[in-house]
Design a binder for this molecule. Structure first.
Ligand code: BES
Ligand code: MN
Ligand code: ZN
Length: 491
């Protein structure tokens, strides 16, 4: 894992392998930030002109690498564009993109705006998140290792605590990315539960795991139904963290389908090859609980990981089966590929028994989320307008795109079943993200404030890396959940 520390050194003389310098764009060309004015002098006042000559203008995310030929201590200068007036997410992304471009380098220093603790944290966090690599399954050694040591150049008064916080956040996200990237041959429900037990205990969480027998005896029909087609049986993991001064209890529930083939309602191959990422919600809940505990936040937090593998077999559930959910309601399974809501309905009903102030579930729930909002913006639905706004705002502050979506009452009718209390699928495609939200709402007891985050697109980056986001598992929504725990006073 990459390390980070703060340092008030001079960018000109700092001993490092690569110096990353942030540049603002402007009418007179790229302008250096954070002490880099002195840097320009070291280059005979020609730095901005040289960058201009290689076509670098300081636009957000732009990168240019220049050899320094001894003009400064670092042998390599990496210019990164910040745009005209970067916000904290702009700083995170710029730091991430620059550090990502330096894979194979041992040490890098970042001279980006770091005048406030918020800015300094953004630079440190972006750098750490950009340093991510997943090489566990490579034998060729062709993939260069991430930068080993980062130094963030900040003022004398900067507190190391800022770097420690950034490191905890980055480690939580890294944990989630690794789990999402792990192939389903190495991550099945019991294995995920075991990792949660070990890593959770190390972070100071209490961890309880229900196995398939306890789930069956306990009446968790959704988890059992979804998991029964696989020889890797389901698990429900409960992680809890408490603080002596806490006045609020937050419950998080994550969809943890370690592989979603669709079940007997089998997916086409092109939609299946990335379904190892269908545990991204449970990953985010797990990463968040670990982060909350390591930060020692003054709040109580409980996380449920609803873990199952959705496969077709002779023991798999069938379209038209009726299952008895943990809440007592019966559900007709019209489509076994709408499995996420079946494990979540049990998790949500169980979480409500803890009497939390709010329940937030997180799930890679519907393709319709991607149709509506694209790859980078999660949909947020809630039975409480203020809670929905708080979730959207918290995600925004973390740089994790999210947008409020409605739960139109008229969609409930489409979920009527001919035989059971509710069906798991509406007959038409339109508004499927919202219909899934309406389905889940049925399992939230009256008077309980609940929000649902559909992150089908954001959980996994099928495209190229950008900013601090790598290809593959992104760890999305982990920092949003930690952010909610930090805003416990507003809950
Ligand atoms: N895991 C999928 C949703 C998904 C799709 C996640 C693409 C990430 C990327 C979910 O279990 C699913 O299959 N949903 C179906 C629901 C439908 C059958 C109502 C869908 O969205 O097509
Ligand atoms: Mn599915
Ligand atoms: Zn799924």
């Amino acid at each position: 894992m990459t390390t980070v520390r703060l340092n008030s050194a001079d960018p000109v003389s700092i001993d490092t392998d690569a110096l990353i310098v942030g540049f603002r764009s402007g009418q007179e060309g790229p302008r250096p930030t954070n002490g880099a004015e002195a840097l320009d002098a070291a280059f005979g006042g020609k730095l901005a002109a040289s960058l201009d000559a290689v076509g670098f203008s300081g636009k957000p995310g732009e990168l240019a690498k220049l050899p320094t030929f001894g003009a400064i201590a670092a042998p390599l200068l990496v210019a990164v564009g910040l745009g005209e007036n970067p916000d904290t997410e702009g700083l995170r992304r710029a730091a991430g993109a620059a550090v990502r471009s330096l894979a194979g380098t041992a040490r890098a220093a970042l001279a980006l705006p770091a005048g406030t603790p918020e800015e300094t944290e953004a630079v440190a966090l972006g750098g750490l998140l950009g340093a991510y690599g997943f090489a566990r399954y490579r034998t060729s050694g062709e993939q260069k290792p991430p930068v080993g040591e980062l130094t963030v150049i900040a003022g004398d008064s900067a507190e190391q605590g800022v770097a420690e916080r950034a490191a905890v956040l980055a480690e939580s996200v890294t944990l989630v990315r690794d789990l999402v990237n792990t192939p389903p041959s190495d991550l099945w429900p019991a294995k995920f539960a075991e990792i949660a037990e070990q890593t959770g205990a190390k972070a100071g969480l209490s961890v309880e795991v229900l196995d398939e027998k306890q789930l069956k005896d306990g009446g968790y029909g959704g988890l059992i139904g979804v998991g029964q087609g696989s020889s890797n049986p389901p698990r429900l993991v409960r992680l809890s963290y408490s603080h002596p001064e806490a006045t609020k209890t937050l419950a998080f529930v994550g969809k943890g389908i370690t592989f979603d083939s669709g079940g007997l309602s089998l997916k086409p191959s092109a939609s299946m090859d990335w379904m190892k990422s269908d545990m991204g919600g449970a990953g985010a809940v797990f990463g968040a609980l670990v982060g909350i505990a390591r930060l020692g936040l003054p709040v109580n937090a409980i996380g449920y990981l609803c873990l199952a593998e959705n496969l077709p077999s002779g023991t798999a559930q069938r379209p038209s089966d009726v299952i008895h959910s943990y809440s007592g309601k019966t559900v007709e399974v019209l489509d076994t590929d709408a499995e996420g809501r079946l494990v979540l309905m049990d998790g949500i009903a169980r979480a409500a028994e803890d009497g939390p102030d709010v329940i937030v579930d997180v799930a890679t729930l519907t393709g319709a989320q991607i149709v509506a909002l694209g790859w980078r913006t999660s949909g947020v639905m809630s039975n409480d307008d203020a809670l929905r706004e708080l979730v959207v705002e918290t995600a925004g502050a973390a740089g994790e795109g999210a947008w409020g979506m409605p739960l139109p009452e008229e969609l409930r009718k489409g979920l009527d079943s001919a035989v059971a209390d509710i069906a798991n699928l509406q007959p038409e495609r339109w508004g499927s993200m919202l219909a899934a939200g309406i389905f889940l709402k049925e399992f939230v007891p009256d008077g309980v404030r609940w929000a649902h985050i559909d992150m089908a697109g954001p959980a996994f980056n099928k495209g190229e890396a950008y900013g601090y986001t790598p290809k593959g598992g992104t760890g999305a929504i982990t920092r949003t959940l930690i952010g909610l725990a930090e805003r416990h006073a507003s809950i």
